[in-house]
Ligand binder design. Sequence first.
Ligand code: SF4
Length: 389
Amino acid sequence: MLSNLVLESESLNKILEGKNVPIEDYFQIFDASQKDGTELFKVAEKLRRKNKGNIVTFSKKAFFNIINLCKDTCSYCTYKAEPGEDKVSLMSKQNISELLQLSRKYKCVEALFVTGEKPEQKYPEARKWLKENGFSSTVEFLIDSSERALKEGLFPHTNAGNLTKDEMRELKKTNVSMGVMLENISERLSKKGMPHYLASSKNPKARLEVLKNSGQLSIPMTTGILVGIGETPHEIIDSLLAIKQLNEKFGNIQEVILQNFQPKPDTIMKDFPSTDENYFKTVVAMTRLMMPNMNIQIPPNLSPKSYQSFLSIGINDWGGISPLTPDFVNPEFTWPEINKVEKNSNDAGYDLKCRFPVYPEFMTMINTELKERMDSISDEGLVMESYWR
Ligand code: SF4
């Protein structure tokens, strides 16, 4: 045990000095820190302060639940609807325009466009919806919605599952960033009885391909992992390593979201326990250790009582917070009020700033027209206070 502790502390010192350590050291640190995370948390805090100062960011957003029919089924998902269910969302062009106008009244900056995975491949209802709105694919609908968002003064960020390279190339013209969660790199989680068994789009190879394409297209990309769905700590490290390597190759991963699993009543995993907070904190701090420079986000609504305690173990972003729309992916967890998040951040010693859906250091990847739109309302790459307060 003593030798493990010595090794852990030697590796942590090397990481603090900016040196590389072998992957086995990460496994060792993770295992040791689950018993006592004190040393790991201290190092994560130092790295966070060194790389991100005392700023914590968020994006003031409206969530556009464009279509929640989905050809896949993940065992933890309550976002997906089946035709005929009360929660089905099939937004019309008119709905989009109305919500965009309301979003600006609430001074939102980001239009988050979310859809299920290729709904038109499985559901006649989705094909009918597209036809009624004058489109032949969900991506055409997304392109039209993104153009409308820009006209209203909002900045689109699309999260529509496994888009093709051509689809992403088209969306890049209007979207300042895009997102797709890796969830986890483990193929084991796609086996029978596991959460991604009925979700071919969540196959790690398919997800890595989307992320690789985003890199080749220089799209500022958000990705991340879902923590607590039956993975092992080693699979967490492997997943983080995959994201780190992608970013080393393409330099376009703008942030890593760490999402703690919470069971949803109407899902296959309804009786699975919520992610243990200490385990989740170990994952958060490990992410800072493995990617000292990365923007690291946890959603505050999923840790309502303790989110501020994550500031001192590595995170520097709260992600999108909406003053207007629910979190349709986690409908039972309402967003905290932005004022409250600001007070809690200040009390913990951090300043809250509103960012665009693209982080300042990734602005160089954006086309001139989009960049000029942001420049006119930005303050050092972040959103001018008067535009969002
Ligand atoms: S998580 Fe995404 S891919 Fe999985 S069922 Fe839900 S909407 Fe579909």
